[in-house]
Structure formats: structure tokens, C-alpha cells
Design a protein around this ligand. Structure first.
Ligand code: ZN
Length: 289
């Protein structure tokens, strides 16, 4: 059974980049007669915008992207994250870290965390995962073989110093709890996948299949994001935006469907969907987004 998902953070309204990830994950699931779940990643209260939590499902519905089952919210999942962290602690897969960003920067000029606290035996602080020293190789359904050199994956955070759950732990635990078999998302997360695979292995979870679609940039090369105020999706011209998103994903609609109802456009795209047609690119510029 194929189970896919779309998992936006409610930090603002959905934009064209979000539509690409939603559409690609939806179409891949529907093409395989699978389920498509919606999970709101609201575990970072300072960054979550309450209005966005309600607006995301409304926007998806307006685009004909109907999910299966109940919407899940990460803010309800503290207990399962706690249980997973406890399991990692029992198995000595993590350690406490008391470093500030400044302390790490003063010790070394390299990128990321220098593993200093691995040998410090602290009894509190942030919690970091002990990344493997081995080479990691995995296969992306669009981008192909990915290789991570030995010791190149940072000891990433599981829980932050302010006790907020870190992204990787929440995502990996939720994907496993929902039985997610296929993850389709933006290329900006491709290097994070290695960390999630290591975490799945430490927790004895199945690793889903991963596919990373190119991210969209403005014509001057800037990544679209809520932070740089990408234009919100416009509910007054849904069909035009679906047509543009499908063209970006290598599935241009036939002329007769360019202004059809979203449901008719999605039916065509579900039938014709193929990962082979998605450009093997990290990013592509798109005019008018
Ligand atoms: Zn440290």
C-alpha cells in the first residue's frame, strides 16, 4: 500500500513552491492508487501563524487536493517524540550538548557542529544524535544515487536547548507512525534526507522511498519562501496556477484543459503522471511567481 503525505509548516500562506510539493506528492500517490495524508508541522510555536493552520486545508481544497483521513498536527505528538527520544537515549544513540552557536564558532571554522560534547558526559542541555562515521548511499527516485562521505553528516539536534523538538526527530517519528511509504518533496530538503535515514535506522523504522522535485526560483535566482514574501496562491485563478505547476513538473496540460476545473486537470495529471518526466534539477527559474 502506497501512503504519501504533504507536510507544510504553517509559517504563512501557501505559495507556488508549496503548490509544487503538494501537487507532486498528491499525483504520485493517486497515480499509484495510494493514500495522501496532510500533516501540519506546527511544533515551532514562535514561527507558526495560527491563521495559516486553518488556511492551508482551505487552500488545498480550493485546488482540488483532497487528503485522506484526519489532518494531523505535530503539536499533538509530543508524547510520541518523547518516547522515541527515550528509546534513542536507552540505545546510546545521542548525547547532551550545552554549546551555544558562538561557542561552536569559536572552536572551529568549519560548517556545522564539531561533536565536542560527545565526550563531555553532560546531564542536561540540547540533545544531539550520534551520526554514523560510515559512508551513506541512498537512491532518490528523481535525482538518482546520493553519496555521503564518511563522517560528513553532522551530529544534528533531536531536541533543542529550549526543549522544542527538532525537525528531523518529529518528521521521522511522524512518518513512521503514519506508515508513510513515499516522500515527495522539494530539493531544498535533499541533504536532510541522509540524517533522516540514519535516524530511521537507529529507531528500527523502515526507510520510505524519497523523491526530490526541483525548487522554483524567481527569474533572478531567488528561492521562493514565506520568508522572502513569495506571493500567496491566488484562489481566483486556481486552474492557471495548476497548469503552470504541472508545466514546471514536466507534465504540461493539453490546450483543452488549460482552463478546465481543477478536478479535471488533476484527473488528467494523475493518469499521465511519471517521475521520469520531472526535471532532474536542483532548482529552476519560473517567470511570474
Ligand atoms: Zn556541545
Amino acid at each position: 500500500m502506497y501512503i504519501g503525505r504533504f507536510a507544510p509548516s504553517p509559517t504563512g500562506p501557501l505559495h507556488f513552491g508549496s503548490l509544487l510539493a503538494a501537487l507532486a506528492s498528491f499525483l504520485d500517490a493517486r497515480h499509484h492508487q495510494g493514500k495522501w495524508l496532510l500533516r501540519i508541522e506546527d511544533i515551532d510555536p514562535p514561527r507558526s501563524v495560527p491563521a495559516a493552520i486553518h488556511r492551508i486545508p482551505e487552500t488545498l481544497s480550493a485546488f482540488g487536493l483532497e487528503w485522506d483521513g484526519e489532518i494531523s498536527h505535530q503539536s499533538n505528538h509530543h508524547l510520541r517524540y518523547e518516547t522515541a527520544l527515550h528509546q534513542l537515549q536507552e540505545n546510546q544513540c545521542c548525547y547532551y550538548c550545552t554549546c551555544s552557536r558562538k561557542m561552536v564558532a569559536q572552536r572551529h571554522a568549519g560548517v556545522g557542529y564539531d561533536r565536542f560534547c560527545r565526550t563531555q558526559q553532560h546531564t542536561g542541555g540540547a540533545v544531539r544524535f550520534i551520526s554514523s562515521n560510515a559512508e551513506l548511499i541512498w537512491h532518490d527516485a528523481i535525482q538518482g544515487k546520493r553519496t555521503h562521505a564518511p563522517a560528513s553528516i553532522e551530529d544534528f539536534l533531536l531536541r533543542r536547548r529550549d526543549a522544542l523538538w527538532a525537525y528531523h526527530l518529529a518528521v521521522v517519528v511522524d512518518d513512521a507512525a503514519a506508515g508513510i511509504t513515499h516522500v515527495v518533496r522539494g530539493y531544498d530538503l535533499i541533504d536532510e534526507t541522509a540524517k533522516q535515514i540514519l535516524l530511521q535506522q537507529a529507531l528500527h523504522y523502515q526507510t520510505p522511498s524519497y523523491a526530490h522535485i526541483p525548487i522554483v526560483t524567481t527569474t533572478n535566482g531567488q528561492k521562493l519562501s514565506k520568508q522572502n514574501l513569495a506571493k500567496p496562491l491566488d484562489l481566483s485563478c486556481v486552474s492557471e496556477q495548476i497548469a503552470a505547476a504541472l508545466a514546471f513538473l514536466g507534465h504540461p496540460l493539453p490546450e483543452s484543459l488549460l482552463r478546465a476545473a481543477p478536478q479535471a486537470q488533476l484527473r488528467w495529471a494523475t493518469e499521465h503522471w511519471s517521475m521520469e518526466r520531472i526535471p532532474k534539477r536542483a532548482a529552476m527559474a519560473w517567470p511570474g511567481v
